[in-house]
Design a protein around this ligand. Sequence first.
Ligand SMILES: Nc1nc2c(ncn2[C@@H]2O[C@H](COP(=O)(O)OP(=O)(O)OP(=O)(O)O)[C@@H](O)[C@H]2O)c(=O)[nH]1
Ligand SMILES: [Mg+2]
Length: 297
Amino acid sequence: MTQLENQSADLPAVLERLGLKAREGYSVGITGPPGSGKSTLVDKLTGRAREAGQTVGIIAVDPTSHLTGGALLGDRVRMMGHSHDAGVFVRSMAARRTLGGLAAATRDVGRLLAAAGFDLTIIETVGVGQSELDIVKTADSVVVVAVPGLGDSVQTLKAGLLEVADLFVVNKADRPGADRTVAELRAMQGLVPGAEGWLAPIVQTVATENQGIEDLWQALARHREFLESSGERARRRERRLEAEVFDLVQRKLQERLQERLQSDGELANLLEAAKRGALDPHAAAARIVAQLDTPAD
Ligand SMILES: Nc1nc2c(ncn2[C@@H]2O[C@H](COP(=O)(O)OP(=O)(O)OP(=O)(O)O)[C@@H](O)[C@H]2O)c(=O)[nH]1
Ligand SMILES: [Mg+2]
């Protein structure tokens, strides 16, 4: 996993070395504002999956940990109540340890977990920015967590999050205002397009009390069933694979450029001219791309 994260090895090479075959798993992404109870939900959901006889791989992604350091992330993971269960594996992932995109690393680590035989992969990430959106979009079912109170909690959910939600959870439903939050979510749902034929259900939970976890579990099962029967799962898979190829091509081109800059004086000159302001960035880019097309000496 470390090698996948720092890109010292490709997934196919890792699988081969471990004697594993790629295997289609099922993954749930859980995102929402800081402190909304995501980890507690993951913990309880894991308990429910274990009751159903499923093994669970958990990826706790912390895109901000280059600021807070790894200690906090470690604490969060330790908080999980399944550390002595061989059917549960927890991997914490920090942005600072990954090169070339946290989403790409999450995707490959998730695939490794699936190949290793875990039935269910749960990805937890704080829903604050674009990189979190990219991460959570790698999952089959996306759960967006909101909490009641604080006035406009729903307003603080980014529009992008509303769009990717397959399910909503209003956690901390033991607090006043849960019904209002549900109503606000319903109202906002009308404004964003979701998957055709699927209206994201809104489930109320009190994660700390294990309340509503069964409803969430059943809602996830219905979504999984919808993905299969509607062909949406295959469509999403296609879209994701396409995006992944573009992403990888982009990265490889970038690597090639970096390498060539070392040896190709012409390329280095173009970049220098752009840095000095002697060549505008568009012209520089066009000529650099053209130069890349000519064989290296
Ligand atoms: N009252 C109440 N508290 C809850 C509930 N669920 C979680 N909490 C508490 O909320 C706090 C944050 O819970 P976490 O599960 O760490 O939340 P999180 O979203 O994973 O937090 P970050 O990963 O830091 O963004 C903890 O003190 C939990 O005990 C709930 O349903 N009701
Ligand atoms: Mg957490």
